[in-house]
Design a protein around this ligand. Sequence first.
Ligand code: SF4
Length: 486
Amino acid sequence: MFRTCSPDDKLHEACGVFGVFLDDPRRDAAPLVYYGLLALQHRGQESAGIAAVKDRNIDLRKGMGLAAEVFTPETVAQLKGPAAVGHVRYSTAGSSSIENAQPFVSRFKLGSIAVAHNGTLTNADVVRELLEDAGIGFTASSDSEVIVNLIAKNYRKGLEKALTDTIKFIKGSYALVMLSDEVLVGARDPNGIRPLCLGKLPSVRGAVESGAESGNAVESGGGWILASESCAIDAVGGEFVRDVEPGEVVIISGAEVFSFSFSEKTRRAVCSFEYVYFARPDSVIDGTDVYGSRLRAGGILARESAAAADLVIGVPDSGIPAAIGYGKAAGIPFGMGIVKSKYVARTFISPDQDRRERAVSVKHNVIKSEVQGKRVVLIDDSIVRGTTSRRLVSILKAAGAREVHIRVCSPPVRCPCYFGIDTPHRKDLISNGASISELCVSLGADSLAFISVEGLLESLGATAEQSYCLGCFTGEYPIPVSGNGE
Ligand code: SF4
């Protein structure tokens, strides 16, 4: 299941999913899905795809790269029909190739279905073998294709039964958005590890694609949205309605929406790393706003691990809110000490060592006048391999910082993720097997501290009902896993 992690010094989100069903059959959903994918681009930059349905025919366009590289206005306009699903991918299970780009579409005798999946199935190998034994062929190595083939196999029982049987059979983490000839479907795994939410598009007044003469304004119905994060609902002018519950299936057909629960009540275990790093700060996941949780984490970190300092700075972008929270709680001024180039991120995915090292050098730079002669607290969201932290300490000191105290808004990452997040091998996790003082020396910092597990939970507002996956910090996973991630 594990592959070599991206050389970037962060864990990586696996995917973002987005689906739209418009009430008005004369309008096209694909342009909205495209904008939704742009808002979810931070969740995956390797490939993008959109599938749309019109007159019972599912049309698909997908390719390697960012959504804006894969699609042009012309290719988006070719995707007709009032319902569409889209996907942005960062590969965890299965290689980074066009075959594994999503959505996956299966066309069979009784109909067709498109599936976009965020997460990782822990029993994908077993299901794949079973399907292959039944004579079903695969074109890709991604575990997401297992889902689409399983639904296709069960489809003769009717869509609802096929979905329920499929979802009951698969194990692991999944936020699914699926499109059949007639309905848009969303489903979230029984622990709700990966996020999924429901939104509503308001009615619009204007010219529709067809059925109205040019310039003839007509009232057009709104529609429904399913998205990995609420920021993507905002991006297309929709209103957030609610999160899809763990173990819930939502079925949308025109203006109609109904839902049912397919699992026994299980412990909610939303990925805590969504709040630490993956999700956009303007998203709200399961009632907790991501920006607020990062601010609180900074405040808690200041309470748990005070440092005598003159300036607090954050590692852009996700360390910034926590740095503001830390500075406020500690009474230390917050400043912009580090600038990040936003245009080199994808170079990090390059397997070429030379290009990778050059990218590391150009990604961050220091504002010398801000840090010179000062004792600096450097706030980061997480430390995975330690390469970025080591370099940041080095360039801060070279720029004249008197002391550098690293404070980290997540506990040490010591264990792999089995639920759709790209994790380095255990041996490459800098916190695995090392004491905090050894780590501090290795990073060249004057002091180092991580937020406690209890502190992280406090920042998330955890309660008995609202609990979180902490597997990569504690090694305790919400569902049984096999393998040791070596
Ligand atoms: S193991 Fe870590 S990254 Fe994976 S789902 Fe749990 S908290 Fe998230």
